[in-house]
Design a protein around this ligand. Structure first.
Ligand code: NAD
Length: 304
C-alpha cells in the first residue's frame, strides 16, 4: 500500500534544517501541503540574512510541491497559535503536525543555570504542547489528525550533561501517553519518534566515519509512516536511526505482591529486591488505571 499525503496539510516545526527539513521534503514529495516552520537564519554561504524556512520552501516548490514558510517561535503559545492559523488560512485545515523544533543548552546538572533549564524545557516540552494544543481543536473538529513528537535517547535512557534536554524529551512521552487516550475518539493519533541523525545538532558528536550512515532521511521514513492515515496505532515510540527501526516501550516487572493488610518493613523489600526487579518477565499497560487493575488482580490471586 503506497503512503501518500494528497489533500493533507502538514506543519513541520524546526524544518529549516536537519531532520525537520528532511521530513518536510518527504511529506511534500508525497503530496502534502506543508507549512515549514523555523525561526533560524540560513546557513547557506552568501545568504546569511535569509531564513532557513524560506530556503526549504523554495526547495519544495522547485520539486513541484506546495509549501509556505513560517518563522514564529514555537516556544511561545502565541507563536504556535499563529502557526496553526496560518496552516488553516493558507491551506484550509491541518491534518498532520510534526513537532520537531529544538535546541540544546548542555551542562552537567551541578553547573546548570536554571535559565538554561527553563529555555530547553520551553522549546522541547512546552513548544510541543503549545503546537499540539493549538492544533487540537482543528483536528477534533475534523475528526482526524496525526501528531508526531520528537523525543531522544537522551530522555529515554539518559545522557551525561543533558538533564534539561532529557527531562523535556521524556516529559513529552507522558504527554503522548495521555493524548493517545484523549485523541482516540477523534481519530487523532499521537506517536513519537526517537531519532539519531547527522545534523547541526550532532555535528562533532557523531564520529566522522559513521556520519554517512546517519542520514536524516532514514528518520523521515518513520515519521512519514507515523503521519499516515494507514498508521492507526497511537502512543507508539519508534526509534529510528541509520536504517534501524525499533519500538521503545515503558514496561514493568511483574514484581512482588505482598498482603496489603500489613505494611512491609523497608528491610523486607531490600531482602526481596531481586524478586521485585526480576526483569525476566515484563509487561506494559495501555493506561495508568490498567496498572492499578493489575495490582488488584494480584491481591485477589494472593487471597484466593
Ligand atoms: P537541527 O539543529 O539541525 O534543527 C533544529 C531546528 O529547529 C533548527 O533549524 C532551529 O532553528 C529550529 N528551532 C529551534 N528552536 C526553535 C523554535 N523555538 N521555533 C522554531 N524553530 C526552532 O537539529 P536536528 O538534529 O534536526 O533536531 C531536530 C529534532 O530532533 C530536535 O527536537 C532534536 O532534539 C531531535 N533529536 C535529534 C537527534 C539527532 O541525532 N539529530 C537525536 C535525538 C533527537
Amino acid at each position: 500500500m503506497s503512503i501518500r499525503f494528497d489533500n493533507r496539510v502538514a506543519i513541520v516545526t524546526g524544518a529549516g534544517a536537519g531532520l525537520g527539513r528532511s521530513h518536510a521534503l518527504l511529506l511534500a514529495a508525497r503530496g502534502a501541503k506543508v507549512v515549514v516552520n523555523d525561526l533560524g537564519r540560513s546557513r547557506t554561504p552568501g545568504n546569511e540574512d535569509g531564513f532557513a524556512a524560506d530556503e526549504v520552501v523554495a526547495e519544495i516548490r522547485a520539486a513541484g510541491g506546495q509549501a509556505v514558510a513560517n518563522r514564529d517561535s514555537i516556544a511561545d503559545f502565541e507563536g504556535a497559535q499563529r502557526l496553526v492559523e496560518q496552516a488553516v488560512a493558507e491551506f484550509g485545515g491541518l491534518d498532520i503536525l510534526v513537532n520537531n523544533a529544538g535546541s540544546l543548552r548542555d551542562k552537567t546538572f551541578g553547573k546548570m543555570e536554571m535559565a538554561d533549564w527553563d529555555f530547553v524545557l520551553k522549546v522541547h516540552l512546552s513548544g510541543t504542547a503549545y503546537c499540539t494544543r493549538a492544533a487540537w481543536p482543528v483536528m477534533q473538529k475534523a475528526g482526524y489528525g496525526r501528531v508526531v513528537f520528537t523525543t531522544s535517547n537522551a530522555g529515554l535512557f539518559g545522557s551525561f550533561g543533558q538533564s534539561n534536554y532529557a527531562a523535556g524529551k521524556m516529559g513529552m512521552v507522558g504527554l503522548m501517553n495521555t493524548l493517545k487516550q484523549e485523541g482516540g475518539k477523534y481519530n487523532i493519533g499521537v506517536n513519537t519518534v526517537a531519532p539519531v541523525a547527522a545534523t547541526n545538532m550532532t555535528e562533532g558528536i557523531l564520529p566522522a566515519d559513521i556520519v554517512p550512515h546517519f542520514r536524516p532521511e532514514h528518520v523521515s521514513a518513520a515519521v512519514a509512516l507515523l503521519c499516515s492515515e494507514s498508521f492507526t496505532q497511537s502512543g507508539v515510540i519508534c526509534s529510528a536511526a541509520a536504517g534501524h527501526y525499533a519500538l521503545v516501550q515503558v514496561c514493568s516487572t511483574f514484581g512482588l505482591q505482598l498482603d496489603p493488610a500489613a505494611i512491609a518493613e523497608p528491610e523486607a523489600l531490600l531482602e526481596r529486591w531481586d524478586e521485585i526487579a526480576d526483569a525476566s518477565r515484563l509487561r506494559t499497560y495501555p493506561n495508568a488505571a490498567a496498572e492499578t487493575g493489575a495490582i488488584l488482580e494480584a491481591i485477589q490471586a494472593l487471597r484466593a
